[in-house]
Design a binder for this molecule. Sequence first.
Ligand SMILES: Cc1ncc(COP(=O)(O)O)c(C=O)c1O
Length: 410
Amino acid sequence: MSDPYFQQLFSQRIGGPDYGKGTEIYKFEKIKRAKRKARADRPERPLVDFGIGENDEMAPRSVREEMANEIGRPENRGYADNGIAEFKAAAAAYMQREFDVRLNPETEVNHCIGSKTALAMFPAVLIDPGDVTLMTVPGYPVAGTHTKYYGGEVYNLPLRFENGFFPDLDSIPPEVLKRTKLLVLNYPNSPTGKVASREFFARVIAFAEQHRLVVVQDAAHVMLTYEGQPLSILQVPGGKDVGVEIHSLSKGWNMIGWRMGFVCGHERLVRAFADVKDNCDSGQFIAIQKAAAVALDDPETPRLVREKYRRRLEKLVATLGRCGFDCRMPGGTYFLYARAPKGIKGGPAFANAEEASQYLITEHSICTVPWDDAGPYLRFSVTYEARDEEMEDELMEETEDRLKGIGLVF
Ligand SMILES: Cc1ncc(COP(=O)(O)O)c(C=O)c1O
């Protein structure tokens, strides 16, 4: 097929004139293809799918009912711009209830169409060409991608087991720090499952003040905290002086597809974010904002979601432990991050987690997500579909049977 006349016009940020010609397949596409192949090659062997990173249940009935009521109201039909007061008030009340953080709903809270979009927009608030964003790896790369779109640079901070899955802030070269404007954190951390401590956040705040940089703390998984109580950086003295926190309705309330979240923290940063956002979208549908306000007013749903995933993670930790994996209960998220096997007894050796993951899916129909950024790890998600606890137990038995028979070497 010949190139369209505009082939030479694609921006460098997406590959320039080579856009669309690469043969590189991205990790999640590779997994999708491997899943399809496993199903086709072994239709009699059910896929054990620990690869999905989305809640397996619908949003609570109260939220769906509110949506059903609000969807028909003419006053909800228009552009929502930077959001309705009712949602901002619900977000501020939630922050007060869950974290004892007091926010002015008018000036210190702004909704976003899911936290992904807020992470994509935030670099526009701060990053000019040559500026640096510090990102933790493995992690959710969106803010880094957009930093590069603006001509900025990303400096990666690996999250290693030896450092308790916290970034080593002292390792950043002074030349990089001088150009750094933004530090993006994510706790509870995806995929490592690490939760932040007050001491860690206090250190981050002192670091930000010392080096005059802004902190964006991605709290998308915060209601899935198993170790201690859910923690906001805004609870820690000085937190609001150095940045913002991004919250999401996706994980804690089973509202993945609804696309609702909010940014909160320093008034000037929230305002700057709202200005950028105003130039990107016209706000989430008001009926969804009203339904999300109902969700935030309900403390029970996140507790139920948390207990379900805690139970599933505990079962998975025990199951994988019996199969030779060295893993422990994560502090948060619905992910278990376990060191990848090195190979198979009498069989292939794996050069990295990606090879281990490909082997498990193609040979044994067990789907995981590999991470090789800071050592070879497999991410097991417990968002698989299972009707009840009996089905969860059956799935664990099936997993154990298959894994024990493989002869994994660690
Ligand atoms: C760490 C992290 N941040 C942000 C998001 C985006 O969440 P949403 O856009 O659904 O709020 C995800 C989604 O998987 C995530 O894992």
